[in-house]
Structure formats: structure tokens, C-alpha cells
Design a protein around this ligand. Sequence first.
Ligand code: ATP
Length: 619
Amino acid sequence: MAGIDLHPVVAVSVADTATSIPPQIQLVFDQVSVDVPIKGDHGKPSTKRILDSVSGIFGPDEAWAVMGPSGSGKTTLLNALTGVTKPTVGTITVNNHPFDRATMRQISAFVPQDDLLTPTLTVHEALMDAALFKTGLPTQDREARVTTLISQFGLEECRDVLIGHPGSNKGISGGQKRRLSVALELCGNPSLLYLDEPTSGLDAVNTMSLVRRLSNLAASGVTVIATIHQPSAAAFFTFDRLLLLHRGQICYQGPVALGAQPVAFFAAAGFVCPALENPADFMFEVLVMNTAAIRAAYLEGSMVPEDAQRAPDAKMSLLPARRTASAYPASRAIQMYAHVRRNLLGMRRDPLLARIRVGSAVGVSLIVGVLYFDIGNGATGVNQIISLLVFSMIFLAITSALPVVIAILPEFDVVQKECRNNWYSPWAYVPAKLITELPLLVVPPLLFLAIMGNMTTLSWQTKGESSESDVSRFFMLYLALFLVVFATNSWAYFLSGLAPTTQIATLITPGSIMPMALLSGFFVNQQDMSWIFRWFTYINYLNYAWQALASASFIERTFDVPLATGLSTGDEILRTRLGLPVVTGSILSDYWANIGILVGFVIFFRILATVIIARRLRK
Ligand SMILES: Nc1ncnc2c1ncn2[C@@H]1O[C@H](COP(=O)(O)OP(=O)(O)OP(=O)(O)O)[C@@H](O)[C@H]1O
């Protein structure tokens, strides 16, 4: 091997990583291939090789450009080297240790092709957050680091501008987003930096400035690996080394820093780059038109620079101490705090969904209040109470679920990228969401019941002709409605964790809630249901919600209905008309039993949602 100039490798402990020099890394991949499943002839399952026996060594102090025409396998190679895709065959070692995804996350940072950023933060806030997660340093130190990055990446003019939603014209420009995406990952001290198309969307000046920055990073000991599309000649020659891919195979690898080698390689293969042509453009063109000739020249090897055929360095053996799950740079409490603060800022700056949730509770409760004003305690009052209860249950369930699925899936991509880059534990995300969202679970049903319950007298005590407000009935109804909201919200988180897209989540959420409402025991009494459906009522949380709401509404309520019908008291209505099952023998105890079961559902759905979402974020 024509030796790489290796610096002594230092094993660093977790606590050191925020401030110390990161360990240097040599990544060796040998005969790595990736197959993907496809539909073959006559729809039979088959596989397609999209990366074919790719080998190489990415060492410290090197900025690698991974180039190739569109679809050549650049992203696939990065995914294999970062552990996102498991190679079908081949081996990858990191400082002579077998590849381990947890270690890779710890030592590397990945800047994806799309800018996955939090739209409601300013550039400065996003960098401060990243620095907090990635280093856990105190504010003053983070401020110093962030100020340097803002200046290095030319982000001064948009320091306090909101990033903005993708596709919206409010916010920083596409080029600024690209630079911010790279700067965010440099808030920590990665040993290995992967970048997928970091220069796309940048003008020539910003491309050059970014590529120079990458080159400087490499000079400081970081291993830099960037896929690049059509760089200018100046940007191309700023990289140290080139790995040229086409159709999943390597067609050239070796130094570019002197500018001569790749051009000489192509010339020796019979393709001379005209003096005024950009060598990167020329190579792409030749590669696409003459793939077999270039590949044969590469395999023959005589024209490939000698040091491209180097061997791994056995001295590179140290890796950082493996982190335990609780040992991210920032403590779990700081992770939660940063998430909650970020969520609150998001709600303050983009309050539309929160306003709709509160506004619809108030607006709809007023409409219902006017429609069913003072239901009284006659025979029609009984029907009206039943209608009110089922409407309230379905309305609050749907309005607590849909905002979750609409807002959360676009956010997953950002959070997934941050988890992939080891900013924080995926387990911190859902609990932090709950803390932030709690007021929106508590307030809308409270306002809804306060307005509707008083206008209709649903939450009042009526005995004979008289009606008066009743605190305990209000509390019992509120508790049941709050648990409907909480359970459905948790159910929506669970479905969002499973659904691949926002559209699918938006369809399956009401698509799952409506059958549960249909089989809640309101539309058909539980005991009158066919056995095909009855079993489902036992695992349907809306069945328990319905029973709790009905118990809270009719308990100790009397109606001015002729005794002959046998329906003059609320208790009789519950048992005879609504056919509520007797659980404990007392309506009040049955109510609390149903509340207990609803609490169980809330906990179960919340745990399920946390596990499913954490698993999704780990991928
Ligand atoms: N899951 C998959 N199933 C089938 N084909 C796939 C799959 N993933 C990738 N491919 C194919 O593999 C090839 C390499 O894809 P890859 O995204 O790695 O290319 P790329 O060089 O990064 O392209 P670009 O520069 O356009 O981003 C492409 O032809 C792509 O269509």
C-alpha cells in the first residue's frame, strides 16, 4: 500500500466528544453488492443488482467525490456505507472492526439529498438546537460554535429568518437551506461526513465555498464522502479523490487533487478531454456512451493510479467507546426540554392547527347548544341526550385525531434524519410531543362541554320540573370526554407510526374510528349484536366511552315521563332502553369501571404509539 499519512488515533470517551478532536476513521468496503426485489417476468418476484461488487477505502484527511450519472448507484452506496441498507454480499469494516450501525451513527453525520429542517425555527435557533443535541454544551459555548458556523457557511444575512415550509416562498432560500443542512451536522464533531448532493441548488460561488469547506474539513482529519452531480471544473478539482460509478459498478477510483489522473485515465482509454471542456461533464458523457470500454480499462488496472489500489492500514483500530442508550451527548432531560421548547415555538409560530382545534370545539358547541337549547326532562329530552352524547363522542374523537396525522408525518422525515445522525434518542420524541400537546387535549373538550352542557342542560341535574347545574355530573362527563380525546389522539399517533404517507394516515384514521363508533353500543345495543360483532365491543374503547358517558348523563336523573312506560328514571333508561351491561351492580361503580378501562386504553395506545414510532425513527 502506498501509505496514507495516518495521525495517531485517539480513543475518546462519550463525554469528550463535544470538545475534543474526533477519532480518525478508515472505512473499508470490499465487494459490496446490493440487490433489491423487483417484479420479474410474468410478475414473478425477482431481484435486481443496483450496486455490484464495489470495493474501496475511504481514509481520513480525504475528501471523496462519489460521482456518476443519475441512477448510477451513488445514494445506494452511501446507504450501504451508513447502514441504512444492508449489503446483500460484501463486507464493510470501520478502523478494522466489523461494521456496526450504532458505532457508525456515533462517529458519522449524514446530510441527505433533501433539506429536512424544522420550518418554524430560525437559522440561529436550528443551529443552537443542533449544537445542544449534538454536544450538550452550555449556551455560551454553543453560541460561539454556532456563530463560527454561521460565518463559515455565509448564513449571516438569514441568521434570524425562519427556515419556512418546503415549497413556501416565506423563509430562507433553497441554497441557504442546503448550507444550513451541512452546518447543522457540523455542530458536532463527526469523524466521517457523508453528503448526498450537497451542492444541488447552490450557485457557482456557494458551491465553491462549500466544496472548499469540505476540503478544509478533510484536511483537519475528517473523512468526507460526498455524492456530486455535475460540478464545475474548479469544484471538481478541489476534491482529493474520485469514485466514479455507473450502473452500480466502479469505473474509476483514485486521486483528483492534481487534476491529471482521471483525465489521463480517460485519455489512455482513448477518450481525450478537449482543452476547454469541463472534465466532469466530459467523463459523464463518455461514461454513458462507452460504459463497457471505461469499465474494461478500470478492471485492467494499468491506468488506475497506483495509490488507488492501496490496502487497509492495520494501525487504524481504535473506535470511540460504545455509547449506551442513555449516553447521548445531551442528557435525556435536556433532549426532552429541547423537544418541548421546539414544539412550543412551532405551535406559537404556526398556530393554525391549534386554533382550529380550539375554534371548532367552541363553534360546534355553540351550534349544538342552540340546536338542543334546554332539552328539559320530557320524553324528547331522553332522545336528545342520547343524540348529544354520541355526537360529542364522535366529534371530539375525530377532531383530536386528524390534526395529529396531518402534522406528524411531514415531521417524521426531519426527526428520522436527526435520529439517524444520533442527535437524540427516538424514545424522547413521543413523550415530548405529549407534554406539548396536553393543553390541546384538556382545553377543547372542556370548552365544548362548558358551552354545550350548560346551554342544553346536559351537564345539569334535573329532577321533576327543576334543573340546576351539577358539578359532579359536569366532572363525570368531562372526564369521559377527555379520555375519548386522549385515547383517540394516542390511537392517531399509533396509526401515524404505521402509515407510510400522510394521505394513507388521513384515510385510515377516520376509517378506523367510524367502525368503532358504529360498534360502540349506541347504534345497536351490545346484547342485540350478532356474535360476529359483539366480541369486538370488548376491545373497542368507544364502547367503554359510550357507557361512561351514558352513565354520567343519566345517573340520578328523573324524567317527566308517565310511570307506565317504566322509563321515568335515568337508571331505568340506562338498563332498559340503552341496554347497558351491569358490571358492578351500581351505576356509579360501573361509570368508574369504564373510566378505569379507558385509562388502560390510553396507556396501552400511548405505549404502542411510542414503540411503533421509535422503531420507525430508528430505521
Ligand atoms: N428499491 C428499489 N427498487 C428498484 N430499483 C431501485 C431501488 N432503489 C434504487 N433503485 C435503482 O437503483 C439505481 C441506483 O439508484 P440510486 O438512487 O442509488 O442512484 P443515484 O446515483 O443516487 O441517482 P441520482 O443521482 O439520480 O440521485 C437506480 O436505477 C434506481 O432506479
